[in-house]
Design a protein around this ligand. Structure first.
Ligand SMILES: [Zn+2]
Length: 329
C-alpha cells in the first residue's frame, strides 16, 4: 500500500513525501496514535517507499521487484518486529542485529508497540541509533509513546496521527467498503475518527442489530416504558454485555441526535423521520441533556477498575427514569 492509498494525515504525508523526494528520510521515525488510528498502514507505506527500486518521486511504484516482494510479505530487507507475548525482548533485536549491519541496499525495520521493548532491547536499539549504519531505517509505532525511553524518542523524527475528519472518513469507507455517506458519517462518529475502528465496525455483521437494539432501548427509556423492577433486570443483562461501553456510546448518540432534532429541527443520520417525530413527543431537550450527562458519567465510571457494573448501571437507569418521568407527554 502506497501513500496514495491512504487518506488524511496531511502533515505526516507532506513531511514523509518531502523527505522521500529529497532523499532525507530520517533513520528513525516514530509514529504514534491510539489503537485504530492507522499507525501500521502509514509505517508500512513508508517502509515500502523507502525500499522501492523505482520510486516515483515520493511514493512507491507498486510494481518493481521490491514492491512485489514487500506486498507478498517476503522482502529480504524488511524486518518486522512485534512483541512476543507482552514484551519485545533483546533476543528479537539480537536475531536481526547481524543483518542490520550488512552493506548494500536499504533495509527497514518496523517495530510495532515499541513501548513494550524491554530495557535491554531499548538499550540495544539505542546503541544502533547512536551510530546508525548507512541506509538502515527504523520505523517505531507506539500507542503510548510516553512509555518509550526519552533517549530513543529524542533520536526519532516524531509524528502523531490525528483522527480523520467526517469527509475523510466518508471517502475512506466509500473506497474500501462502498458505504453510503450517511452510514460512513455514523461510523465516523462512533469510531471518533479512528479509521481502524470504523473499518472494524463496518465489517461487524452484528452492527445493524446493535444499532437497532440501542435505538429501541434509548426510546423505551425516554418513554419510561419499564417498571423499576424491569430496570433492575435490564441493568443485570446490560452488565453482562462485552460491548457495554460501545453500546452506551450508541445510546448517547441517539440522545444527542434527538436533542439536535428538538433544538434545531435537523435530522441526524441515526434518526429516521418518523422516529424524530416520536422523540419530540416523549422527551424534552432538558431531559435529553441530563440523560447525556448521566450516561457520560456512567461511561467514565465503567472505565475505572473495581467498579461494580451492575450497581453502576442500576443507579444510572433509575436516575434516567426519574428524569424522563418528569417530561410532559
Ligand atoms: Zn517499487
Amino acid at each position: 500500500m502506497g501513500f496514495k492509498d491512504l487518506i488524511g494525515q496531511a502533515e505526516l504525508r507532506r513531511a514523509l513525501e518531502g523527505a522521500l523526494r529529497t532523499g532525507a528520510v530520517s533513520h528513525a521515525v516514530l509514529i504514534s496514535g491510539p489503537p485504530g488510528s492507522g499507525k501500521k498502514s502509514w509505517g508500512l507505506a513508508l517502509a515500502e517507499a523507502v525500499l522501492c527500486m523505482e520510486r516515483e518521486g515520493r511514493d512507491s511504484c507498486g510494481r518493481c521487484l521490491s514492491c512485489r516482494q514487500f506486498r507478498a510479505g517476503c522482502h529480504p530487507d524488511f524486518f518486522h518486529l512485534r512483541p512476543e507475548g507482552r514484551r519485545l525482548g533483546i533476543d528479537q533485536i539480537r536475531r536481526l542485529r547481524g543483518r542490520f549491519f550488512l552493506e548494500g541496499d536499504s533495509r527497514v525495520c518496523l517495530i510495532e508497540e515499541a513501548e513494550l521493548m524491554t530495557a535491554e532491547a531499548s538499550a540495544s536499539l539505542l546503541k544502533i541509533l547512536e551510530e546508525p549504519p548507512p541506509r538502515l531505517y527504523f520505523i517505531l509505532l507506539s500507542g503510548r509513546p510516553r512509555q518509550l525511553p526519552r533517549t530513543i524518542v529524542s533520536r526519532c523524527q516524531r509524528f502523531t496521527l490525528r483522527p480523520l475528519t467526517g469527509e475523510e472518513m466518508v471517502e475512506l469507507l466509500r473506497q474500501r467498503q462502498g458505504l453510503s455517506p450517511e452510514k460512513a458519517l455514523l461510523l465516523s462518529r462512533l469510531s471518533k475518527g479512528l479509521p481502524g475502528v470504523a473499518l472494524e465496525l463496518a465489517e461487524d455483521p452484528l452492527f445493524e442489530k446493535r444499532i437497532a437494539e440501542a435505538s429501541k432501548l434509548a426510546y423505551s427509556l425516554a418513554a419510561c416504558s419499564q417498571t423499576p423492577r424491569e430496570l433492575l433486570f435490564l441493568a443485570e443483562s446490560l452488565s453482562e454485555r462485552e460491548d457495554l461501553s460501545f453500546f452506551l456510546e450508541l445510546l448517547c448518540l441517539f440522545y444527542r441526535d434527538a436533542l439536535i432534532y428538538l433544538l434545531c429541527g435537523s435530522r441526524a443520520p441515526l434518526l429516521q423521520p418518523s422516529a424524530a417525530e416520536r422523540w419530540a413527543g416523549v422527551a424534552s431537550a432538558a431531559a435529553l441533556e441530563e440523560a447525556l450527562a448521566l450516561l457520560q458519567k456512567l461511561l467514565q465510571e465503567l472505565g475505572e477498575t473495581n467498579v461494580n457494573r451492575r450497581l453502576a448501571l442500576e443507579g444510572t437507569l433509575l436516575q434516567l427514569k426519574r428524569r424522563f418521568a418528569s417530561c410532559p407527554g
